[in-house]
Ligand binder design. Structure first.
Ligand SMILES: N[C@@H](CCC[C@H](N)C(=O)O)C(=O)O
Length: 271
């Protein structure tokens, strides 16, 4: 038996996922498919898999699987791309969309030019579980924990180019302090309200950008008096603007959403 699954490869500031509309192409084993399809040499190549579906609480639902098959609660860059996907593929004509995620319902505001969505603002809700970690003699820095639905550990340094991310990233991701593992961000203030950040993502390793990570970094910068309520976070693959709204306490993330290509996976199964 042959099964065809249509997918779209999209990225948000270089953070690339495979997007599947599960109303048309149900995926029974997303953990396995995320591992298989994310591989660069033998799969499609991506940071993970995002499933778009229906919801009884919101316009659409989103599930995010990292490249190692683990499911995360939220994906900032992915949520912007879901907004672009559902609008440009005609699943909705709304420009304000509610999205059901494991970390609650998020509101997407699409900025549309002609028929194209280039940027999206996402109300990411309030940051949670913030706290400082003083590593004392183990590492020569102090870090800030921030949950944006998923866990982040943000460390500000004077010179980000001196950080050996492939070495320290997995070490901190899997540190015993974080039983559920953590995403790891290193950041440097490079100008007024301008932050350069690199990320080691839980379950995917170094990625070009992380939306929730950018939110966590901007929050950590504000908490530590390093930036104001609104800042630009420059990552390897692009920049997002993060605003911590004083009235609602919510984080508003604005950034690009880009389509790379459409494709189809043809699976041959023994009948
Ligand atoms: N890249 C994403 C976050 C994806 C999930 C993360 N790796 C986790 O396991 O928490 C983003 O843009 O937020």
């Amino acid at each position: 038996m042959t099964t065809i699954i249509k997918f779209t490869k999209m990225h948000g500031a270089g953070n690339d996922y495979i997007y599947v509309d599960t109303t048309r192409y149900p995926i029974a084993d997303p953990e396995k498919k995320a591992i298989e399809w994310s591989k660069f040499h033998t799969g499609i190549g991506s940071d993970g898999l995002i499933l778009i579906g229906v919801s009884d609480k919101a316009d659409f639902s989103m599930r995010i699987f990292n490249a190692d098959g683990s499911e995360a609660m939220m994906c900032g860059n992915g949520s912007r791309c879901v907004g672009k996907y559902v609008y440009e593929y005609g699943l909705t004509d709304k420009t304000e969309i509610t999205l059901d995620t494991l970390s609650g319902i998020k509101i997407l505001k699409l900025q549309v030019e002609g028929k194209t969505v280039n940027t999206v603002t996402v109300d990411m809700g309030s940051p949670q579980e913030t706290g400082e970690i003083d590593w004392r003699k183990k590492y020569p820095f102090q870090s800030t924990k921030v949950s944006m639905g998923n866990p982040h550990l943000v460390t500000f340094v004077d010179d980000i180019t001196r950080i050996n991310l492939p070495e320290i990233g997995p070490e901190l991701e899997n540190h015993p302090l974080f039983p559920d593992r953590t995403n790891v961000e290193f950041a440097q203030i490079v100008g007024k309200d301008t932050i350069r950040m690199r990320v080691w993502e839980r379950g995917s390793g170094i990625t070009q950008a992380c939306g929730t990570g950018a939110c966590a970094t901007a929050v950590a910068a504000f908490i530590n008096g390093l930036a104001g309520r609104k800042s630009d976070v420059i990552m390897d693959g692009g920049t997002v603007t993060i605003e911590w709204d004083e009235t609602s306490g919510h984080i508003l993330m604005t950034g690009p959403a880009t389509k790379v290509f459409d494709g189809e996976i043809v699976e041959e199964m023994e009948s």
